[in-house]
Write a protein that binds this ligand. Structure first.
Ligand code: PPE
Length: 307
């Protein structure tokens, strides 16, 4: 396991601190009760320098997560936008993964988070291929988890809350221990929901599909990009629920997410998927790669230059 390489600065509660000084107290409320919301955003190199992909949409989702959890963010969208750009600049990195985080801080213990002050931080680090260097080309092997995906009646999946990731971690650890690269979780109705940190797409007879938001998923921003690419490229698309066995019989299955990008799934529980070629997935990967690197004018508006 490769650790995080320290960089120069982390932003915490309004200040850019030296990397190793960005620390919090052990009695930080959110650490004990999971009351924290976060985002994951990437910057990439473009001909005009580093640019952040879909920053606006990520910050909007951050604000929506805060709203769901009655968390008053003490910084505006415009302020957080400036922090993200400055963070890329001061750390001097082109390809980075940005992590905005808001949490109930040091103040009170006990279950009511509104009694503690809200802290907001943003860090970034260099994060390579989420599921391994070969994954984008060769695809990954997954298992359908016997952990059920969190249900919006218990823990709203559309809020990107730290607590959700305890469910993700259970599925992830189970998959890793069984020798798989990743898990896919079903929802309480037994339909495919998502991966622990990825949305799922399926291709069958030339039609691309992904479960609707009502299946109990995080509404991925990469998922949204893929849907737009499909429309622009004339690939038939539908939002529809599908079952575990419809994964087995698909022509292609892939993950989408900020960390994972677009990654083919080559096997589900010992069943090889399709013919082992991923023509639609590879075509969408290329559009995505061009979009994030500013090579496709159709998606320039999604880039925020950090310079
Ligand atoms: N579902 C879940 C549960 C999820 O966590 C993510 C992102 C997605 C779908 C895809 O969303 P988007 O990034 O907006 O396309 N998972 C983030 C966390 C990864 C981590 O391990 O940390 C990510 O990809 O940044």
């Amino acid at each position: 396991m490769v650790g995080i390489k320290p960089l120069s600065k982390i932003w915490l509660d309004g200040r850019f601190l030296d990397w190793e000084k960005a620390q919090i107290h052990i009695l930080t409320h959110g650490l004990h009760y999971g009351y924290a919301i976060f985002e994951g955003i990437r910057s990439h190199g473009t001909a005009q320098g580093p640019a952040i992909f879909r920053l606006k949409e990520h910050l909007t989702r951050f604000e929506n997560s805060a709203k769901i959890y009655r968390m008053a963010l003490p910084y505006s969208h415009a302020q957080l936008t400036e922090v993200a750009k400055e963070l890329v600049r001061v750390n001097g990195v082109t390809d980075s993964y940005l992590r905005p985080l808001a949490f109930s801080g040091y103040g009170e213990m006990g279950l009511d988070p509104t009694r503690s002050p809200i802290s907001v931080a943003m860090a970034l680090w260099e994060w390579g291929a989420y599921l391994g260097e070969q994954s984008a080309q060769q695809g990954v092997r997954v298992t359908v988890s016997n952990w059920t995906r969190i249900d919006s009646r218990a823990l709203p999946p559309q809020a990107k809350c730290a607590a959700n990731y305890a469910n993700s971690a259970l599925a992830k650890m189970q998959a890793s221990a069984a020798g798989y690269d990743e898990a896919i979780l079903l929802n309480a109705s037994g339909m495919v929901a998502e991966g622990p940190g990825e949305n799922v797409f399926r291709v069958k007879d030339g039609v691309l599909s992904t479960p609707p938001a009502s299946s109990g998923i995080l509404r991925g921003i990469t998922r949204d990009s893929v849907i737009r690419f499909a429309r622009d490229e004339g690939i038939p698309f539908q939002r529809t629920d599908f079952t575990r066995e419809e994964l087995f019989t698909a022509d292609e299955v892939f993950f989408s997410g900020t960390a994972v990008g677009l990654t083919p799934i080559r096997e589900v529980d010992g069943r090889p998927i399709g013919s082992g070629n991923y023509p639609v997935t590879h075509r969408l990967q290329k559009v995505y790669d061009d979009a994030i690197h500013g090579r496709d004018p159709r998606y320039r508006a999604w880039l925020t230059p950090a310079g």
